[in-house]
Design a protein. Structure first.
Length: 265
């Protein structure tokens, strides 16, 4: 068999092996769609749902001035125990002074220590006074989002600010959920806040070779296939291409070259 048929056969084998390697590596679209959907749902159910809870609290306390502090605290306790990711739940007046509070993560006896003090987040009060709408802001510690401050205005019938409900949303449980998905799907997962700062995993920003997916609250989920997938298949195809090149004819006789004479003239 000549070199050209051998090279053609080698090329067919190389392409076939390349497709086989891709199948062994896993269908590219499958991991993306499954991990994207699960990750986006995790963010939505954590950030979006808990933001809705705080907004619901604000509606629940429309007539908070008519309630005794004990009744306010009982309601906050119920919500706090039902949604443990919400910390430092509070109701404050329009000056930011806390009239009721409950913290599921506080030490025994310290659940209502904020009562009578000003909201520990003056930025939240300023934002709610300036814009009577649901407030959400990341709190950065050591370069990573440590928690998300939430707030929702309690409005009077004329639209003026009477006070607000607020809470801190921890992100640790969300990051643990994304880590579980990462292990199950075999794909890197991470989350950035609306300003591009790292939420999770801690200290690990989005790599260059990653897909970015918008999620709830303006956050961005990033996904990246394993490094072996990014490198193994190209390496296999490169090796096969080099092997095919080695089988191609190394030299050919030049056109017009006279054949060597068989005897002396």
């Amino acid at each position: 068999m000549g070199r050209r048929p051998i090279a053609a056969l080698a090329l067919v084998v190389a392409v076939s092996l390349g497709f086989a390697a891709e199948r062994l590596a896993g269908p590219g679209g499958a991991w993306r769609s499954a991990a994207r959907a699960a990750g986006a749902e995790a963010v939505s159910s954590h950030v979006g749902a808990h933001t809705d809870v705080v907004a619901g609290l604000a509606r629940h306390f429309q007539e908070w001035e008519a309630l005794v502090p004990e009744a306010l605290e009982r309601s906050l306790r119920v919500f706090g125990e039902r949604f443990p990711a919400l910390r430092r739940l509070l109701v404050a007046d329009r000056e930011g002074r806390v009239v009721a509070a409950f913290d599921t993560g506080a030490r025994v006896g310290g659940e209502r220590r904020l009562v009578g003090a000003l909201d520990p987040s003056p930025a939240r009060l300023k934002a709610l006074v300036a814009r009577r709408a649901t407030h959400r802001a990341s709190v950065i510690e050591a370069g990573t989002v440590d928690r998300i401050e939430l707030g929702a205005p309690i409005l009077a019938p004329d639209g003026s600010l009477r006070g607000y409900a607020a809470a801190d949303l921890e992100v640790r449980s969300l990051c643990e959920r994304l880590a579980q998905l990462e292990a199950q799907a075999g794909v890197g997962l991470g989350l950035l806040d609306a300003d591009g700062r790292v939420v999770c995993p801690e200290g690990r920003g989005a790599p260059r070779l990653s897909e970015r997916v918008p999620t709830a609250a303006g956050m961005t989920l990033w996904l990246r296939p394993p490094l072996w997938r990014l490198t193994a298949l190209p390496a296999i195809l490169l090796a096969l291409a080099l092997a095919c090149g080695a089988l191609l004819p190394g030299s050919r006789p030049k056109k017009g070259a006279a054949p060597e004479s068989g005897g002396a003239g």
